[in-house]
Ligand binder design. Structure first.
Ligand SMILES: Nc1ncnc2c1ncn2[C@@H]1O[C@H](COP(=O)(O)OP(=O)(O)OP(=O)(O)O)[C@@H](O)[C@H]1O
Ligand SMILES: [Mg+2]
Length: 285
């Protein structure tokens, strides 16, 4: 197993708080896998992301015990810019991502690359490419602060993708997007997997997690309450009591199984449901 990030018994509290936001968390993130992070509001998903990127504690301060290792080295030992090139981070609130120092979307997307000293012609090529990918070409000359929430979310994603980091931590990238925009963002993110990138994605839309993730991490009250293969986790009915929404097809599958109807397996995506349920019908005829 090629492990890119490892958390060992991590407990983290924000300043001036009495209850830790993350409690005794141990987890390994494998290279090239797509992790879906789920859990109810306030369960610690964003804090987990901030720990991976080193923002907790470098930016938020607070108390950290245990270790967060990125490629075997503690995040506390990395220099300020060092983790930025390794881990791309898309904030939950896209407004946070906008630098505030650039007047156009084009310049905004290019900004990160400028900071890494990439040659101008290469910057231009990469920015054009990523703007096409994220479908924001028509916004190139606009002021980043004049965008809608959904447009800003695409620009935020573009400004991270352009850096081509090995690891991407993406916190609810579709909260402001309509279903069509959401699907297209997931398609973009899934392409990253083909490029062997490691993706850690927080998302409430469970059907999309079911379709795209390899592994699922479930948070509740700052603890990791379930982790593993998406097929196994998303068909586990006990998670419903932990504030997790499961795919409708998985709930239906479990109900049928309880009724004694033999299913090949519990489906978690619509495609799987079609397969499992149609086999059931044809098998019965
Ligand atoms: N900057 C902060 N200072 C103090 N407490 C914080 C801060 N940010 C988050 N918390 C607290 O830490 C806990 C975990 O919050 P976190 O934002 O990580 O949850 P989340 O799962 O991302 O929630 P959501 O689904 O609403 O985004 C919550 O109790 C929250 O109130
Ligand atoms: Mg959050």
């Amino acid at each position: 197993m090629d492990c890119v990030i490892e958390l060992k018994n991590v407990t983290y509290s924000y300043p001036l708080t009495t209850v830790p936001a993350i409690k005794d968390l141990s987890v390994k993130i494998e290279k090239g896998k797509f992790y879906g992070v789920i859990g109810e509001n306030g369960s610690g998903k964003t804090t987990f992301c901030a720990l991976l990127r080193g923002f907790a504690p470098s930016f938020y301060k607070g108390d950290l015990s245990g270790e967060v290792l990125v490629e075997g080295r503690s995040t506390l030992e990395y220099g300020p810019g060092e983790l930025a090139s390794k881990i791309g981070f898309v904030f939950q609130n896209p407004f946070t991502q906008i630098s505030g120092v650039k007047d156009t979307v084009f310049e905004e997307v290019a900004y990160g690359l400028e900071n890494f000293g990439v040659p101008v012609d290469e910057i231009e090529r990469r920015v054009v490419e990523v703007m096409k990918l994220t479908d924001i070409e028509s916004l190139a000359e606009k002021n980043p602060f004049d965008l809608s929430g959904g447009q800003m979310q695409r620009v935020a994603l573009a400004s991270v993708l352009v850096i081509e980091p090995e690891i991407l931590v993406i916190d609810e990238p579709t909260s402001q997007l309509d279903p069509e925009g959401t699907e297209s963002v997931f398609k973009i993110i899934s392409k990253l997997k083909e490029k062997k990138k490691t993706v850690i994605l927080v998302e409430h839309k469970i059907d999309l997690i079911a379709e795209y993730a390899d592994e699922v991490l479930v948070f509740k009250d700052g603890s990791l309450v379930a982790a593993g293969d998406k097929q196994e986790i998303l068909s586990d009915m006990s998670l419903l009591e932990k504030g997790v929404a499961l795919p409708q097809v998985a709930i239906l599958g479990n109900t049928l199984k309880e009724e004694g109807i033999p299913l090949k397996y519990i489906p978690v995506t619509e495609k799987q449901a079609e397969e499992v349920f149609s086999e059931l019908i044809t098998g019965k005829e």
